[in-house]
Design a protein around this ligand. Structure first.
Ligand SMILES: Nc1nc2c(c(CN[C@H]3C=C[C@H](O)[C@@H]3O)cn2[C@@H]2O[C@H](COP(=O)(O)O)[C@@H](O)[C@H]2O)c(=O)[nH]1
Length: 341
């Protein structure tokens, strides 16, 4: 079977053939202008990964790398059917929802002496043990617990068998290339193989695999050692929050038919045309935002090629989407239950 298009090529191909999702060039430029004002701030820096997010590991070491790997393995499908009834996790006097509930649950387990980020433990943990680790402080459990158990034990077993049980060994094999690390992850770990067939072509979106590479870059990198020489090959992570933000900000537009389905809360299937259009156009939309940002900054005599990439744009937009939940309520997320995002 032929290899899929890369996420970047997939985004372009899907956008060129999309029938219900459209990129709005005027909105792309407006978002690029908005982000240019942020480009030199902490919210738009690699340091923000640690300084803005207390649940992320604050020190680079092998255990922190394995924390990123284990969390990225389960980083999917946190949305709840009802906004007023969802999984919440209390940790150190704060209550977390969504993705952060997963991180809080992991840190809570580690504090309880459960080695949830060690493959030697999670490769053979039972479903009941995982349910305990991911337990909610409301009567609404985290979605897809059985699928999380299957994915975690499968992935942990492979990490033990092929990489000595540590993601550090994957990183060493990547030879400072983000592209190479991405390939190592998708070739060896099936649960990260986020692909689809769109208009007869195999496309790759690789959302969790790319977040894993990006979070590794953020954890490892410091000002003077950006670690990966090719982080710009990583695209935005095609989840269900960024598309909402891109439509809200006017950079992307849905057809009336698609918007009607979204407002009705239709459950989409992973890999169906409308869902792939939303995800693929989001990828390409962020690529265009990045291009315009670099153009605008170059006109100001600022060469920020190292500081402006799809990863940092994604992080900023994801945090923006979290902080502007209410203002974006008129743009529904697209609902999918799958292990990919
Ligand atoms: N595009 C993109 N999608 C991301 C992330 C993250 C968290 N990562 C970074 C965030 C801070 C740290 O810097 C981490 O590195 C989670 N998600 C996705 O969102 C969804 C969860 O949303 P909600 O239900 O609201 O929690 C779900 O599909 C989840 O997979 C990201 O950064 N970008």
């Amino acid at each position: 079977m032929e290899a899929p298009l890369s996420p970047k090529e997939s985004g372009k191909f899907i956008t060129e053939n999309s029938k219900d999702v459209f990129i709005e060039n005027k909105g792309v430029r407006e978002v690029a202008e908005l982000l240019c004002e942020k480009a030199a701030t902490k919210e738009f820096s690699i340091e923000g990964w640690k300084s803005l997010h207390e649940l992320n590991p604050q020190k680079m070491d092998e255990a922190a790398l394995n924390w990123v790997f284990a969390v990225s393995t389960l980083n999917f499908s946190f949305w709840s059917e009802r906004e007023d009834a969802k999984c919440l996790v209390k940790y150190k006097d704060k209550t977390y929802s969504g993705y952060w509930a997963l991180c809080a649950a992991f840190n809570r387990a580690l504090d309880e002496g459960i080695p949830i980020t060690s493959a030697s433990y999670y490769a053979t943990m039972t479903l009941e043990q995982l349910k305990h680790v991911l337990r909610s402080d409301t009567n609404v459990p985290m979605p897809l617990l059985e699928e999380r158990h299957q994915v975690l034990t499968e992935t942990g077993t492979i990490l033990l068998e092929k990489f000595g049980g540590s993601f550090l060994n994957c990183l060493k094999k990547s030879e400072h290339s983000a592209q190479k690390l991405l390939q190592i992850v998708v070739e060896n770990f099936p649960a990260f193989r986020d692909e689809a067939v769109f208009m007869g072509k195999r496309v790759a979106l690789y959302k969790r695999a790319q977040i894993l590479v990006a979070d590794t870059w953020s954890l490892v990198a410091s000002k003077d050692d950006l670690y990966f020489h090719d982080i710009s090959c990583i695209t935005m992570f095609a989840d269900y929050r960024i598309p909402q933000a891109l439509v809200h900000l006017g950079a992307m537009r849905y057809s009336d038919d698609l918007m009607k389905k979204l407002k009705e809360g239709v459950l989409f299937q992973s890999g169906e045309q409308l869902e792939v259009e939303i995800r693929g156009c989001s990828i390409w939309c962020v690529e265009l935002i990045r291009d315009i940002m670099l153009e605008l900054l170059a006109k100001k005599g600022q060469d920020l090629t190292d500081e402006v990439n799809a990863v940092l744009i994604d992080y900023y937009l994801w945090d923006y989407a979290r902080d502007h939940r209410r203002e974006m309520a008129d743009i529904p997320i697209h609902r999918v239950r799958c292990i990919y995002y």
